[in-house]
Write a protein that binds this ligand. Sequence first.
Ligand code: SAM
Length: 266
Amino acid sequence: MSSRGAQILSNFCSIPPERLPRGWQILGDVIIVRVSEEHKKEVGEALLRMYPRAKTVLRYLGLKGDMREPIVEVIAGSGETETIVRENGCLYMLDASKIMFSKGNVEERRRMSRVGEDEEIVDMFAGVGHLSIPIAVHSRPKRILAIEINPVAYEYLKRNIELNGIRCMTAVLGDCSEVTPEGEFDRVIMGHIHLARRFLSKGIRALKNEGGILHFHDLAKEPSEPVEILRRACNKERREAKILEVRRVKSYAPRRYHYVVDAEIR
Ligand SMILES: C[S@@+](CC[C@H](N)C(=O)[O-])C[C@H]1O[C@@H](n2cnc3c(N)ncnc32)[C@H](O)[C@@H]1O
């Protein structure tokens, strides 16, 4: 069955709704859509007619590497891909052809805007500030250290700190496995579903000796998997973990889910 979006889009082209994409992502004035080679031109033009303020339509082909860079091609519009996303009172400038901004993580970004008051926080895989900008904007933390390895994302991270008028947040260009300080933080965010497992000991060691909260993002079949991995990592570090919550952030692939485990670690 076609979606409501596809039905509306079909008014702007000659393709029947059941053969159109069911949805697309709007990042500021850039649209990203999964579409077949056969229909890409017509769908791109139709989306531009449907959203007259959009400047470019990108065809989404996947993500590559540890830096989670999108693979895209311009299918309509000017080809300009730098844009500003407004969400939950936060501004994120990014280049949609180089930086991923997952729409499936919207609730997690919202959730982060409700934590961290008066805390010292490290975001080990900061991207353009997806998860730490909402904390800085809404929660009055004491300080946030945001670490990002990709120079392109790092430049946007710095600009987003400025754009949102944030004073308590510092961006660092580097590998979090090398530059994350130990024993300094009340809260650690490990928002990379493919790498967080590997760097868990670094995240645990970043917490203050008296303890703190760790947000461990992971890709797994069921919630018990990341919980077990986190417990084992804590045992190895001779720390105790109390699991506060396990949330399914989004479905990632057949029977594979993005989970986030919140744990209090002492
Ligand atoms: C999934 S993205 C952004 C994650 C963001 N926290 C979110 O939930 O949307 C992960 C980011 O981690 C960065 N990254 C990958 N390896 C890293 C490392 N060793 N140290 C710091 N950042 C890293 C990537 O470049 C990418 O920008």
